[in-house]
Every structure is written in C-alpha cells, then in structure tokens.
Design a protein around this ligand. Structure first.
Ligand SMILES: [Zn+2]
Length: 391
C-alpha cells in the first residue's frame, strides 16, 4: 500500500466550516491523518500542492452516463457507442473534481456493467451507484430509454428486474418531463399505487428510490408512496416540505438542467417543446428551491448531466447556481459533498476530509468559500487515494 502526503494546501473542512493550511496523509485508499502541523512519515510520497485548496470530492447525484448532452438526443446509438460515451463522460466527471455519482437512468444496463468493472480498479471513473432502467408508464417520460410498466403488478416486476440486474437505486417516473415530446412536466404519470409497488420492492431489497417528479400531484403521490428523493421538484408546497423533513426525503433540484436549456435555447438546436417547457417552469423551480432551502429540506447536488448542453464536466456549476438562488457558499459546498453522501448512505465513509474516510478529494486553484466560482477550476482529483487527474 502506498502512503501519500498531500501538503502545502488549504483544507476545506465542511463539517466545522473551517479552512486551514495543512496536510492530508493518505494510506492506500484511506485518509489516515489530517491537520495543520502533520509530520511527513518516512517513505511517504510527498505531493506539494503549492498553496492550492483541497476540498472533499464533489458528488453528482443525478447523472446519465450514457447521454452526451446533445441539443436534441436521438436515442439511436449502439451499445458499443453508449459504452464509449459513458467512459468519456466518467473521465470528464473525474477531471472536474467529481468523485462520486448516482446515475439515475441508464441504458441496457451498461451502467451496471461499468459500475462492476470500475470497482475492480484501473479505470478513470468516480465511485458510483446506479439504477438500471428508469420505470415509467407506457409512453411516459423517459420511455425511450426506460422500462415501461403499467399497473402495480407490472411496476413491482419492473422494480424486481432492476434489482436482479444489480441496481443500487430504483428510479420511478411520477410526472411528465421536459425532454420527452408530448408529455407535460406538471402532469402525473405513474399512479400512487404503481409507485408504491415499485418502492416497496426496492426497500425490501435494501435499495433506495428516487423519482423524476416536477408537478405537485405527482410529487405528492411519490411522497405518500414512500420515495427517498425528489428529482427536479418544480412545484412543491409546505405540505411537501413538512413531509420531506419528517420522512428524511431529499431534494435534488438539478437547477443546471433547466439553466443550460434556457441559456442555449432553440437557436442552439434544442427542440422547441423543451425550451417552451423550461420557460413555463423556470421561475417556479427557483422559487421552490428558495422555499425548500428556507424550510430546511435536505438539498443534495445533481445536475441531470447528459441533458442538452449539460455536460459531465459541469457538476460543480450546480453549486454556483445554488448560491445565485440564495444559498450560502458553505451550504452549497455541503450540498455537493456531505448532504449528497448522506442521500447515498455513504456519509460514514465519504463527503468530508476526515481520518478514516475514503480518500476522495479535489484540489482547486482557489478557495471556494471566498469565491464559489473557484469550484470550476479543478487542478487535481484523487479517488480512493489514486491521483486520477492532474492539470
Ligand atoms: Zn434525469
């Protein structure tokens, strides 16, 4: 096992809201010691970070590793093409400081195979949890890449199929969405009893569940059915926030997904129906985010990477968007690290720079607590103690 001494850096402590000049001692894949006056043990490899800032590796809890970020995705690639796209995307994630992803909508179980291969080591990839195919109603949002299911029994079977394939999460579609033609974000899709059947199966197997949910009726259906995280959540009221706090349900707003569609528009080739849906919901989404933050709902970081112009090298931009919407820099940094780790049930081993935790971190040129834009300037990424990227 190799011992590495990362030194001459500012360490960002997201637990105690502290930034201090210090060093991080890594033994194999684990952080052994962290502190201001650490001595370098004999034989350790010294990595001088030249005064840069060391932060916990970022999480992206809403990715689609097989999607490229095309303006108007066609869903006609072969499995070989999708696999190569996924490998390119995983590299982009790592190179931008992202060390953990929750992939929530794969294609043909390529995500499961890649997770299994990555776990063997030797790949440039973040740590990951995957969900296999999303479960949607026939013709519902995501149908072109998901598993269509109708009625509670079929939803139960669909969930069991994902678990059999090796999914860590089961993703269900509670409402319409932006990127599927002919469905509206506000309209409910899988019913409460359909959602409950799939969620029950996941929970029985020890897996967690997340839902694409944008309109209020579908969001409430999913919450009552026992969902663990709400993705997008354009329209939520206080009832939703109270339920989420009481039942430990997380909010993954994916502000980036709507932002990149809005700023690029139809002139960049994004379908008119998608741009129109974003225009209609953008303000409500920001408003919901602000109210959820104020209400104390747990907010985790996901970008929906793979949607138009929302490429896999922009995980950290979500933190910038969160602060523009009123979140503090510290809370945005925690959303991208510790809170996301909690959502993925890995808080004991990831999400902060502490002895005993897995050595996943990013080295930034500047301190993001002072200027959040610094999250986009990653100079080194370490996953499991291995330096996978260096600028
Ligand atoms: Zn998505």
């Amino acid at each position: 096992m190799s011992v590495k001494f990362f030194t001459n850096c500012n360490v960002v402590d997201v637990v105690n809201e502290k930034v201090y000049a210090g060093s991080v001692l890594v033994d194999g894949s684990t952080i052994k010691e962290v502190g201001e006056n650490l001595a370098c043990p004999e034989g350790a490899q010294v990595i001088d970070l030249g005064g840069k800032t060391l932060v916990p590796g970022f999480f992206n809890c809403h990715t689609h590793m097989c999607l490229a970020g095309d303006a108007d995705p066609k869903y006609n690639e072969t499995d070989a093409q999708l696999t190569m796209m996924a490998l390119k995307n995983l590299k982009k994630l790592v190179n931008s400081g992202c060390t953990f992803i929750r992939d929530v909508g794969g294609m043909n179980y390529i995500d499961v195979d890649i997770r299994n291969e990555a776990a063997k080591g030797g790949m440039v990839a973040p740590d990951m949890q995957v969900s296999g195919k999303c479960i949607c109603m026939t013709g519902g949002h995501g149908w072109s890449m998901g598993r269509e299911a109708d009625g509670p029994d079929d939803c139960r079977k669909a969930a069991r199929e994902q678990l059999r394939a090796g999914a860590d999460w089961v993703k269900v579609m509670a409402t319409g969405g932006v990127m599927t033609k002919g469905v509206e974000p506000g309209s409910p899709q899988l019913n409460e009893d359909e959602l409950r059947a799939a969620i029950e199966e996941a929970h029985k197997a020890g897996a967690k569940t997340c839902t694409h949910a944008q309109g209020m009726t579908g969001i409430k259906n999913a919450l009552r059915a026992g969902i663990d995280s709400i993705e997008h959540g354009f329209f939520m009221d206080d009832w939703c926030f109270d339920w989420m706090k009481e039942h430990n349900v997380f909010f993954v707003p994916t502000l980036a997904a709507m932002y990149w569609i809005k700023v690029n528009g139809t002139e960049a080739g994004i379908p008119e129906f998608a741009v129109r849906k974003v225009e209609n919901t953008f303000d409500a989404h920001i408003d919901t985010f602000q109210r959820a933050y104020k209400a104390g709902v747990k907010i985790a970081l996901g970008t929906d990477a793979g949607t138009p112009f929302n490429t896999h090298d922009k995980t950290a931009y979500e933190m910038i968007l969160m602060t523009r919407a009123g979140m503090s820099n510290w809370d945005a940094l925690r959303a991208g690290t510790l809170v996301s780790a909690e959502l993925c049930s890995v808080k004991d081993t990831l999400g902060s720079i502490e002895p005993g935790k897995r050595a996943n971190f990013a080295v930034l040129a500047k301190n993001p607590v002072e200027d959040i834009e610094a999250v986009m300037d990653c100079r080194m990424t370490v996953v499991g103690g291995e330096v996978l990227y260096e600028a």
